[in-house]
Ligand binder design. Structure first.
Ligand code: XMP
Length: 512
């Protein structure tokens, strides 16, 4: 396995993705990790990530010195290359030629990192993002490639198996970057690439059995990808010792609650408590227009209902959660200062502190797409595994203004028409999230010979890799016309459809 030391780059997680895609298990740790801790991880190779700081500034982050003497190969990427060079006796200077975006490197020499793809004398497209650059190599290193802005775009000390690249091999804009990383992990570090989802599943099942013993586990099921995969995996491990609690808050999309019950009870034979709490939630939300009040109300009621159901089951020893790796990475942040709460997120996050139970978190080492792969491995239907993210507070935050039962019914119909059209156009998997929003605005329209005065609805569809930023999906006009036509004709109460063309930032994905 491989250890990635993080210097705070925006794309450190992509390094881990690429390494794992090549069948090698890896973890991301902050650069401040102690050498003792690193030794216990027993990495076959170490990758130093990029980062926003400048090694030319006093007090900027450094790799633990002993990393270079561990006897395992080290690959420095961007900032990682620069700090490695400076720490080993080279020199880094601020450059007067900043490189940002696509660039080309000329390959001067062959090297183990480049075997099989990058040839001496060749020119390769890479993605650069740097101001500083290495200006003098440390003893033992040689230059393998140059770019316009970096005389040492790729460097190597093959005796000590230390390598550095100024560009980012982990991003897709470096077309052969994945091959370079693979060469590092396989050829240089000697990893075999045997880490597969089938192997992970077996290992994790054994781990769950060892942790839980004869104890009882409860799991909050929402129908989303993460909790579904966690539940099915735990069920494979401990069968009847698992009970799932599905709190239906009445804010789900059309047909969703039925699908959850059918899938988990019917197909997987999992013990499932289905609590229809929609009346409780909808009564409490009646007339509530403020987005944060909606979120807090839903979060509070969810915990109350969940606790009630857990008590009714006679309690349990463990609480299962679908926590993912991005939530547990100790992220390195140089921005400092408290961040502003944009939205208070509701999921089962508040439960563990409240319920003081031991946690079972079988997905805490996985990225989202790995969870999907594991779900497929477990035979979970594509309609669940490949599904778009859906927020905990559900349709409540897709209906600005007060929530009404009639409004919810309209929103469900408009939303399902939009998704139906997206699916039949074959666009579902190209989109991160798509949904309708019911607006608290009435506008005048004309249908047949009559005047209408009905509500407007907005459609939202975005692409994203992690939900942190998002771009608007560029539908063609014909598609949007078709959806708008169907919604206005088929959903009584909606007479106008708009398409939201705001990216994130400055917008957020959800409207509230
Ligand atoms: P925003 O609207 O903040 O959403 O751009 C980013 C991503 O998070 C989802 N989201 C939530 N997920 N509980 C959740 O589990 C929540 O309270 C919540 N609010 C937003 C949103 O759907 C998008 O994928």
């Amino acid at each position: 396995r491989v250890l990635i030391l993080d210097f705070g780059s925006q794309v450190t997680q992509l390094i881990a993705r690429r390494v794992r895609e090549s069948g090698v298990y890896c973890e991301i740790w902050p650069y401040t990790a102690t050498i003792e801790r690193i030794r216990t991880f027993r990495p076959r190779g170490v990758i130093l990530s990029g980062g926003p700081a400048s090694v030319t500034e006093a007090g900027s982050p450094r790799a633990p010195e002993a990393v270079f003497a561990l006897g395992v190969p080290v690959l420095g990427i961007c900032y990682g290359q620069q700090t490695m060079c400076q720490q080993l006796g080279g020199e880094v200077l601020p450059s007067d030629h900043r490189e940002f975006g696509r660039a080309h490197v000329d390959i001067l020499e062959d090297c183990a990192l480049l075997r099989g793809t990058w040839q001496r004398g060749g020119r390769e497209q890479v993605w650069m993002s740097h101001g500083d650059r290495v200006s003098r190599l440390p003893p033992g290193f040689r230059a393998v490639a140059v770019s316009e802005g970096a005389p040492y775009a790729i460097i190597a000390d093959e005796g000590r198996r230390l390598y550095g690249v100024q560009f980012h091999p982990e991003v897709v804009h470096t077309p052969h970057g994945a091959a370079l990383l693979r060469n590092f992990t396989h050829d240089v570090a000697g990893c075999q690439g045997k880490w597969t989802m089938a192997g992970f599943r077996d290992m994790e099942i054994a781990r769950i059995r060892a942790q839980v013993g004869t104890g009882q586990v409860i799991c909050g099921l929402s129908g989303g990808v993460d909790s579904s995969v966690a539940a099915v995996l735990i069920h494979e491990a401990i069968g009847e010792q698992l009970t799932c609690i599905f709190v239906d808050h009445g804010l789900l999309r059309a047909g969703e609650a039925e699908e959850v019950v059918r899938t988990f009870r019917g197909r997987f034979n999992i013990k499932l408590v289905h609590r229809d709490a929609s009346a409780l939630f909808l009564d409490a939300l009646e007339g509530v227009a403020d987005p944060e009040t909606k979120r807090k109300t839903i979060g509070r009621l969810f915990i109350e209902v969940f606790e009630e159901e857990a008590k009714a089951l006679g309690g349990a020893d463990f609480l299962a959660q679908g926590t993912l790796y991005p939530d547990v990475i100790e992220s390195v942040s140089f921005t400092g200062g408290p961040s502003v709460t944009i939205k208070s997120h509701h999921n089962v996050g508040g439960l563990p502190e409240r319920m003081r139970m031991q946690l079972v978190e079988p997905l805490r080492e996985l990225f989202k797409d790995e969870v999907r792969a594991l779900g497929r491995e477990l035979g979970i239907p594509e309609s669940i595994v490949g599904r778009h993210p859906f927020p905990g507070p559900g349709l409540a935050i897709r209906m600005p203004g007060g929530i009404t039962r009639d409004g919810l019914a309209m929103l469900r119909r408009a939303d399902s028409i939009f998704l139906e059209e997206i699916r039949s156009a074959g666009l579902y998997d190209a989109i991160w999230q798509a949904f309708a929003v019911l607006l608290p605005v009435r506008t005048v329209g004309v249908m047949g010979d009559g005047r209408t005065y009905d509500q407007a609805c907005a459609l939202r569809a975005v692409t994203s890799t992690d939900g942190m930023t998002a771009d608007v999906y560029p539908f063609d006009m014909g598609f949007l016309n078709r959806v708008a036509g169907r919604i206005v004709n088929e959903v009584r109460g909606i007479n106008r459809v708009t398409y939201d063309i705001t990216s994130k930032p400055p917008g957020t994905i959800e409207w509230e």
